[in-house]
Design a protein around this ligand. Structure first.
Ligand code: SF4
Length: 410
């Protein structure tokens, strides 16, 4: 999401104001630091980075420091008070309004269209919703990103079409809750169908989904539209119904488990990944084991596991943090170890298979690509493959990545 916001700002600044990116802060006139508030660790990192930026200002007094994103929204006043060298603070709610205004201007201004010279990437991120109405008890997002807003679908179609015309082959649709997208009667399923009809766009991915918003129509759309990649990121968070209730996730483990089975039955070869939080207040050993057992049963293709950290304003902030830091670390590493074992088994079964990949980057003689299911494949090759879709045969596996060789040469 933050990469997408940064890209949007980059797009606006370079196409409208003619600014260009530099590779080193030493050569910059303006530094824009996009921050995250989801975990306290990311805020600490941002604080220390702002301190370093102020040192650059001593060498270049004209340097402007701009802090944007969730942390700017949440702690703007504190940042200003602590760092006198910061010139501008723009909260995440305002970033969206500013960026959309600029993008709206771009799409209605033919002069700018003619002078378009922005270089789109092979895979581009496109934000389709911002904010969230779910108020999971541990999550700061509704407080820093506001209530859920869906972006005008015509604007999204225009944006994806423009990207496709300019070299983008895959779009990753982003939102805290993409599958609750709704704009003037267009729901997420319909939006996917419309984006799938864009010429020269070959792949569509999306993330993140809420299990409660995954209806049968959406599953049918994913099954029937080949351009939609069969990879679903479906945060489970916990498999203990007691903890799910305390998290305000509004589903039970049984509901989640049935949904996973339905997805696997209806979408051929689908890969399913998830998010897990360990050490939520009052998570006992038994609750933790419920989650661990669910991971062993469901066998996710991959997962992200997070140690619970209390965030102010949230309901869980008022709960007593019962699980010690050491115990959170232990649970985190148990889940990670189990998940790595499962993922390794799943991908090792891909050895010898033929996979269709999209080449995203080339570096040092190696092409970095992804399968339709989102698995990374590294291949020996040349730069001419970047942006191309082709078949590879999977030869080996190393640390959750696949290594393959090209079947049909370009
Ligand atoms: S659905 Fe996701 S973004 Fe929304 S409140 Fe829950 S965890 Fe946060």
């Amino acid at each position: 999401m933050n990469i997408c916001d940064s890209d949007t700002i980059d797009f606006s600044l370079s196409t409208i104001y003619g600014a260009s990116k530099v590779t080193d802060v030493l050569y910059a006139d303006v530094v824009i630091l996009n921050t995250c508030s989801v975990r306290s660790q990311s805020e600490q990192k941002a604080f220390s980075y702002i301190g370093r930026l102020e040192e650059f200002k001593l060498q270049n007094p004209n340097l402007k420091i701009v802090i944007i994103g969730c942390m700017a929204e949440r702690l703007g006043y504190k940042i200003k008070k602590r760092f006198s060298g910061v010139d501008l603070i723009i909260g995440s709610k305002d970033i969206n309004i500013t960026a959309f205004k600029i993008i709206n201007l771009y799409f209605t201004n033919n002069y700018l269209k003619k002078n378009f010279n922005y270089k789109f990437k092979v895979i581009e991120y496109v934000t389709i919703t911002s904010g969230c109405n779910n108020y999971c008890s541990y999550c700061i997002v509704p407080f820093v990103r506001g209530i859920e807003k869906s972006i005008n679908y015509q604007l999204l179609i225009d944006k994806c079409s423009l990207m496709a015309k300019n070299g983008t082959k895959e779009v990753m649709l982003l939102g805290q809750n993409v599958n609750s997208y709704k704009y003037n009667g267009v729901n997420f399923s319909l939006l996917l169908k419309r984006i799938a009809s864009i010429e020269n766009l070959y792949r569509i991915r999306f993330m993140t989904n809420h299990p409660n918003d995954f209806d049968d129509k959406l599953i049918d759309t994913i099954t029937n539209e080949y351009k939609i990649c069969p990879h679903i990121h479906l945060p489970m968070q916990s498999a203990s119904n007691k903890i799910l209730k305390a998290m305000n996730r509004k589903y039970t483990y049984e509901y989640y488990f049935n949904l996973v089975n339905k997805l696997r039955k209806k979408i051929p070869g689908v890969s399913i990944t998830t998010d897990i939080i360990v050490g939520f207040p009052n998570e006992t050993e038994r609750d933790f084991n419920d989650t661990l057992n669910a991971i062993k049963t469901i066998k996710f293709d991959g997962l992200y596991v997070f140690k619970y950290s209390a965030r102010s304003n949230t309901t869980a902030f008022k709960m007593f943090d019962t699980v010690t830091t050491e115990e959170k670390k232990r649970r985190h590493s148990v889940i990670l170890k189990e998940s790595n074992k499962i993922s390794a088994k799943i991908i090792s079964k891909m050895i010898g298979s033929t996979q269709q990949v999209l080449a995203e980057k080339f570096d040092n003689g190696i092409i970095k690509s992804r399968t339709r299911t989102g698995h990374k494949v590294f291949i020996n090759g040349s730069e001419k493959y970047v942006g191309k879709i082709f078949n590879v045969i999977i030869k080996s596996v190393k640390v959750n990545s696949l290594y393959g060789s090209i079947i049909n040469k370009i």
